[in-house]
Write a protein that binds this ligand. Structure first.
Ligand SMILES: *[C@@H]1O[C@H](CO)[C@@H](O)[C@H](O)[C@H]1NC(C)=O
Ligand SMILES: [Zn+2]
Length: 904
């Protein structure tokens, strides 16, 4: 049995994954002289490290040369062959480079990706492996599939499983008929299989073929022999068309010899075979739980009328999916450990993610554009999508990080000015550092760690990432005072940056991030502490060669900085990244210390809730804050539940907020504040008092609101508009399909013309600045004069049509106006849908469950669905109706149906 974790360890003092494999003999001449076992052991150790690095974003293998050659050496043919096996290509240089430094020998490993093989990228697996342990029949032998063949084989099996009706584990018909082609051969084999006795020395008149394999019992330890020999034949037969394995025939002469009865016990032989076969790892793409199908027959062999030996035949049936001789071997770095993938992980990682998920999820193909496709990305990369009509990563990069033509640009300029005025000597210190670089971009941040979702460090003034021609990227950490821990911190940030660039940003070129720690008080570079790691000298290919090279890096960097886990990931069950808009990113990258209080006015569908979540993550990292110190307040329970599940904060409704003290809380984020009321007290001053409890370190209080979506005529308790300062606006509407956006726009204009009395009309002035992001067609249907029965029928029939087209119940919300209507329609819709065998309903409490949401428009505020039915939206006072309609329309991403009842 293979153990799961490798004995190899990741060195922690580098800004890259570095694996030290210990002493290895290098040079072809030296390796030729080695003992076989030691040679294999060394080769496997290095291959294991290489495989883990290829699959985990790349890194460096360090080894100590056993031989003391001081001239540069070639590693050795067997070592290089094992690396070629991993990448399934003879082009080693694309992924591996080597370098000798004294007694140390370094192997630089780039992340695996299929990008260098554009013409046959679809034939390459998504990860590298040392062995698939999948066998197939080739003529008269059982062959181990290399990983390219294994990938092809698995794809075929997967496609076949998808075409078979559900719950039918039987192998595809095609294979069964294939068996019949060789009627004579398999009949002959079957005939022998059926016999009860054979004569010693009898010649079997049956050729070896892809269905027939002859083996002799060639040792005395029969059980051990069987255990070790049969797996590959069973795997090969089961993965193909089935077949017969005859044990006890002399290969060449086909003479029956059997195994002498003194050496073997009939029952135990049968048991050994059963155990060996039951241990073979299998993988099903289909829903069958079946194991390998086979029959064993042990026949008596007579010599001169006396029982002399036993002859054994195993008849293997073709298997629906994949049978391995042993668990496949591939490695990956997980939490700084080199781990072996399980068989299930291996199959999942080898295969491309199921395109069906995407086809059956119309939203991804209709509303989103792929920014990063999986087909050429590194193994750990997630798909990245951005809403249609928004900037592509190329545009984002050109806007955020344009590479200048002939000089070194510091960016963002405003931050650089701010930092220089705050810290005397900073300008001088950095410009001295930058003297050798003439072309590129220096990206400043108060904390690169926070930008990468890591905790900030006290005493760091700022950090600067240098992207310059003829240099690798260099991350500079500038400390106020000398700090023992500065280098370790900078190294860790650089490592995270490198890994995110590859595994999240999809960067496929060779990359390392160097570190440099500077200290402002001594105006010098801080030498790494004694005893800390000797820097690794990377090959030239790790430096930026030209502008294109820098652009590619900066595009991946934009994905890393603007990417966030899409709310869709929860629905899809696989991780999808979306990108922030530039407007959102600008607010997100504000210096929190200088924007402790902020009002964010965001139009419907401009991403307020996404921003609220991102800001809470940032607060956590910047101030080293636990979830119990950050409070999220909103008006309605469904949104509160949705945010609670993210585990980054405590989430309450306004009512609950007014009941308790919240002594632990330091920071408060308020969402949908336009719907707040003063009925339970002055929530604004309470929130303000809490965040200002600590005089020297006031907390963050950010308030997100949208006056257009006000749902009542009472006092909201917000300060006067003129006192809502500082204030930012989100004016890019990214959520709704075009037709819904037009309807929404009309409603917003209506509100602006005739605002309800409790809304400051100045607050609606932002409307002309709205930017409607276009690109998704969508559906808007408005029906009038319906009866309640007709409404029920309309919703039921439309849903059935949607589900037949691949939408799921969790894409749909049915929104009404009052609680009594919720009850009425819950009963009626359930009855109608049950009759037509459609689905279950629930209210918005269970927003992530797999069912249709039925709730009131008000309570559903702040949430969204692909398809929304609004049934007779009404308000007690008509003055507020356009606001309610705007709120309703804004919930719908793709399809909106507004159903009005006739006079009743
Ligand atoms: C994998 O095996 C197939 C069939 O034996 C062979 O054609 C192919 O070249 C092999 N691939 C590699 C990369 O060795
Ligand atoms: Zn199966």
């Amino acid at each position: 049995m293979q153990e799961h974790n490798s004995s190899l360890v990741i060195e922690l003092s580098y800004s890259d994954l570095v694996i030290d494999v210990g002493v290895v003999t290098l040079g072809e001449d030296n390796r030729k002289k080695m003992q076989k076992t030691q040679k294999n052991e060394e080769r496997e150790k290095v291959a294991q490290a290489a495989c883990a690095l290829l699959n985990s974003g790349g890194g460096v293998i360090r080894l100590e040369m056993a031989n003391k050659d001081d001239h540069p050496v070639e590693p050795g043919l067997d070592l290089e062959a094992s690396w070629r096996e991993l990448i399934q290509s003879s082009d080693l240089h694309t992924f591996f480079e080597t370098k000798q430094q004294g007694r140390c020998f370094y192997i630089f490993v780039k992340s695996w990706s299929r990008e260098p093989f554009p013409e046959d990228s679809s034939t390459k697996p998504r990860i590298c492996s040392s062995s698939s342990f999948l066998y197939c029949r080739s003529g008269t032998s059982a062959l181990l599939m290399n990983s390219t063949e294994a990938f092809k084989f698995l794809k075929t099996k997967k496609r076949a499983a998808e075409r078979r009706p559900v719950n039918e584990g039987a192998p595809p018909r095609k294979i069964l008929t294939a068996v019949c082609h060789n009627i004579s051969e398999s009949d002959l084999a079957f005939h022998i299989f059926q016999r009860d006795r054979l004569e010693h020395g009898e010649i079997l008149h049956l050729p070896e073929s892809h269905l027939v394999e002859f083996k002799q019992f060639s040792t005395k330890n029969i059980e051990k022999y069987v255990k070790e020999t049969i797996p590959k034949y069973i795997s090969a037969f089961a993965n193909g068309e089935g077949g017969y394995l005859f044990l006890g025939v002399e290969d060449k002469t086909k003479k029956v010899l059997g195994c002498v009865k003194e050496n073997v016990n009939r029952d135990s032989l049968e048991k050994v075979i059963a155990t060996a076969i039951s241990k073979l790892p299998i993988f099903h793409f289909c829903s069958s739980k079946a194991h390998v199908g086979y029959e064993t027959k042990i026949q008596d062999v007579f010599l001169e009328g006396e029982l002399y030996s036993y002859f054994c035949v195993i008849r293997v049936k073709p298997f629906c999916c994949a049978v391995f001789a042993e668990a496949p071997i591939s490695w990956m770095v997980k939490e700084k450990q080199v781990c072996k993938l399980t068989t299930e992980e291996w199959v999942e990682m080898t295969m491309d993610p199921d395109p069906l998920t995407f086809i059956f999820f119309p939203e991804l193909t209709e509303d989103f554009e792929s920014q990063l496709s999986l087909s050429s990305g590194p193994p750990l990369c997630k798909p990245v999508y951005s809403s249609k009509g928004l900037e592509h990563k190329e545009d984002l990069q050109q806007h955020l990080f344009p590479v200048p033509l002939g000089h070194l640009q510091y960016t963002p300029e405003s931050l650089w000015k701010e930092l220089c005025s705050e810290h005397e000597g900073l300008e001088e210190l950095l410009s001295k550092e930058m003297r050798p670089f003439s072309r590129g971009i220096l990206i400043l941040s108060r904390s690169w760690a926070v930008d990468l979702n890591l905790p900030a460090k006290q005493g760091v003034i700022c950090e600067a990432l240098l992207i310059a021609e003829h240099s690798p990227p260099i991350l500079h950490t500038i400390l106020r005072e000398q700090d023992m821990d500065g280098q370790r911190y900078c190294t860790n940030t650089a490592l995270t940056l490198k890994q995110k660039l590859v595994n999240m940003g999809g960067y496929t070129k060779k990359v390392c991030v160097k570190t440099r720690v500077l200290c402002l008080s001594t105006k010098t570079h801080v030498e790494p502490l004694q005893g800390s790691a000797f820097p690794i000298d990377y090959p030239l290919s790790y430096s930026f060669a030209n502008t294109l090279h820098m652009d590619a890096f900066l595009q991946s960097l934009a994905v890393v900085l603007l990417g966030f886990r899409s709310f869709l990931s929860d629905q899809l069950g696989c991780e999808i990244l979306n990108l922030l808009t530039l407007q959102q990113y600008e607010i997100f990258s504000k210096n929190l210390c200088k924007s402790r209080e902020l009002f964010v006015h965001g139009l419907p569908g401009s991403g307020k809730t996404i921003m609220a979540v991102k800001i809470m993550e940032k607060i956590r990292n910047m101030f080293h804050c636990e979830a119990n110190r950050i409070l999220y307040i909103c008006e309605n329970k469904p949104l509160q539940d949705f945010i609670s599940k993210k585990n980054i904060c405590q989430a309450v409704t306004r009512k609950a907020f007014m009941k308790e003290d919240f002594e632990n809380i330091q920071h408060i984020i308020i969402d949908e504040a336009q719907n707040f009321r003063t009925e339970n007290g002055d929530w604004y001053n309470k929130a303000k008092a809490i965040t200002q409890r600590e005089k020297d370190h006031p907390g963050i209080l950010w308030i997100f609101l949208d006056y257009f979506q006000t749902s009542h005529l009472d006092c909201s308790g917000l300060p006067l508009l003129s006192a809502q300062y500082p204030r930012e606006e989100l004016t890019r509407v990214v959520r709704n399909a075009d037709k819904i956006a037009y309807y929404l726009r009309d409603k917003l204009h209506e509100i602006r013309r005739k605002p309800p009395p409790n809304i400051p009309s100045m607050s609606l002035e932002m409307l002309p600045e709205v930017e409607w992001v276009r690109g998704v067609q969508g559906t808007l249907k408005i029906k009038k004069d319906l009866t309640r029965d007709q409404v029920v029928t309309y919703v039921t029939d439309t849903c059935r049509g949607l589900f037949e087209r691949g939408y799921s119940p969790r894409d749909v919300a049915v929104l009404v106006s009052t609680q009594s209507e919720v009850e009425y329609y819950e009963y009626e819709l359930l009855r109608a849908m049950r009759k037509k065998r459609i689905v279950q309903l629930s209210n918005a409490y269970d927003i992530l469950g797999d069912h249709i949401v039925l709730d009131s428009v008000r309570r559903f505020s702040g949430l969204e669905r692909n398809v929304v039915f609004g049934i007779h939206p009404k308000t007690a006072d008509p003055a507020i109706l356009p606001n309610l309609l705007a709120c309703l329309a804004s919930r719908a991403k793709q399809q909106l149906y507004i159903l009005w009842l006739g006079d009743c």
